[in-house]
Structure formats: C-alpha cells, structure tokens
Design a protein around this ligand. Sequence first.
Ligand code: FAD
Length: 306
Amino acid sequence: MVMHLLALHMKRVLVVGAGIHGLVTAAREHLAKNQVFIVEKRKRIGGRGTSQESLGHQLEHGPHLLLKGGELHSMVKKVSKIKPSLKPLRPNKVMIVGHGMLQPLDNPKAMLAYKLGQDPIREEAVKLISGWGQDIPARSKALMKGNLCVVGEGWAGLVGRLASTLEEVGVPIQTGMNIIEKTEKGVVTSKGLKIEADIVRMCDGAPVGNPVKVSTLDVVLDNRPLKGLHGLIKNDVAILDLAAIHPRKAPGMSHFSCISLSNGVQAIEELLDERVSGWRSHIITKRENNSITLTDSRGHLSDGVI
Ligand SMILES: Cc1cc2nc3c(=O)[nH]c(=O)nc-3n(C[C@H](O)[C@H](O)[C@H](O)COP(=O)(O)OP(=O)(O)OC[C@H]3O[C@@H](n4cnc5c(N)ncnc54)[C@H](O)[C@@H]3O)c2cc1C
C-alpha cells in the first residue's frame, strides 16, 4: 500500500543540461522522491563548471571559489562520504597593486576607512574577488571571513561527486542528446525523438537578459614568483595563485587562474608582464578564453545554486 502511494506521488522529471545547475537540480528531485533522468547535449558533463586536463594539471574556465556553507557545498557534502578538501583564499594575502592588501590587517587606519565605506578602491577589489565584479554581499562577507575557498580536486571533482552519486542511486545521464523543443508532454531531441516527462527542468545555462562576459587565463608555471601571495589585483583584473592557496594544486609551482572583466586576456598578460617578469619562459601549460559567460542579467553565481 505504501509503495502504491509512493508511486502515485512519484513524478517523472527530465532535467535538460548536466552542468552544476542540472546536477544539483537532479539531486534535489531525487531527494524529493521523483524519478529523474538527465540529458546533456555535449559528450562531457559539467558545463562551465568543469576543467580540462593538460599535462597533468586541471585547468578550469577561470577562477572558481566555492562558498563554504553555500548550497552547492552543502549538496556535495550531503552526497559524499569524504568531504571535499577546501582551503580559504586569504584576503590579507591578496595585493591591490599600488594600494596595499585586500584586507590590510597590519594597517588599522586603512581597515577602518574600508569599514566606514571610505575606500572605494578596496570596495571594488572586494567585489572583484568575491563575485568577479558582481555585487553579492553574502560572498563579500564570506571572502573577508575566509569562507571563499579553492577546492583541492577542482570543480570537476565536485561535478564528478554529484554525477557518481546520481549514478549510484539510479539517475541516468544521457550525453550527446540535444533538446530542441519543450512540449506539454516532455521534450523533443534534435533527432526527432520524443521523451515524455511530467516535469521538465531546463538547466541548459541559457542566459536570462544580457549576459555578463569576461575573459580568463589559466596558466601553470614551473616556479613560484609570487612567493606565497594568494593574488594580485589591478583595476578589473585579478590573478589568483591556486597553488599558493591549496597545496594540492601544482605543488612547488604556480597555478595562476586569472580573470579580466573588460579588457580581454591582453589586460591579464599586461599585469603578469608588469608584476611577474619572465613568466612566459616558465609556462608549463595554459588555457585562455576571450569571452565566457560569467552570469546572466540576474548576476547569480552557481554555488547558491543559481
Ligand atoms: C570565469 C568564471 C568564474 C566563475 N566563478 C564562479 C565562482 O567562483 N563561484 C560560482 O559559484 N560560480 C562561478 N562561476 C559561474 C559558474 O561557472 C556557472 O554559474 C555555472 O557553471 C553554470 O552552471 P549551469 O549548469 O547553469 O550552466 P552550464 O555550466 O552552462 O551548463 C549547462 C549545460 O546544459 C547543456 N545544454 C545546453 N543546451 C542544451 C540542450 N539544448 N540540450 C541538452 N543539453 C544542453 C550544456 O551543454 C551544459 O553542459 C564562474 C563562471 C566563470 C565563467
């Protein structure tokens, strides 16, 4: 009888897209006791929240910091036997070029001016690092408290944890299936296949309104020119050294994950030329992206989740 009632309430939920949003949505729907199925148009899952292996290093699409205690972190913890290894970005180890540390612990006057809202340069820099230019007060607070973290296994690791748990509980992920139409009864694929579902959750990353585009550069160097600094900021360019923040990333080397809000990869390279002379001759591997969607007009990052 109980089984019968459960079956009555169980809905067939089709999730379109296997990025962070799709995977978390599928997990939520499974926990709500629905029958879930995910379709993804690419061969790989993870969308923008994943990485590419290159010469033994995982290169992401620009810097990704996980909000400790945020929804993505909580969901990953819920589905994992072993917690992901997180190390906080320390704002007192991030330098604003020509202005001092992002959190000037050794300069009470500068700290006070920032707290009183009298330091617009530092305020912009906090916005840059906490939300990549988006004004997200919860993340700004988290940054100053050491709750924005680099994930040891990278975001691809978080994606892997979510996907393998979904597989274990019987939620299939079908890759290489492009959905071109949503109907009253379900969806239609580019090959004309009709898939029926009671509920369709669109998690295809399609932007709402005007998307915010940024440029990124991820580069691994065989030396440590920033000598333990977690990052550098100049105008709207930020360079983080993931290897200085998390020891699992490129031990003994540098893993610069960089973002430029308005002047392309060129602005990142100019800052590297200015502050890290000779960096080009130490490159082990790199990946750049001249225009990637950071958020849509809602300005949400994904670890909220969306
Ligand atoms: C430089 C940069 C830094 C970032 N930093 C952070 C950060 O620090 N913290 C944070 O929380 N977020 C960060 N983000 C944002 C985060 O990467 C994105 O919000 C998140 O990856 C988006 O997830 P999504 O699942 O909504 O979309 P996507 O990752 O775009 O995934 C959508 C998926 O749907 C699939 N799809 C699309 N159309 C179809 C279709 N028709 N049929 C089937 N499948 C389809 C796509 O192939 C893709 O796999 C950052 C983003 C960038 C670019």
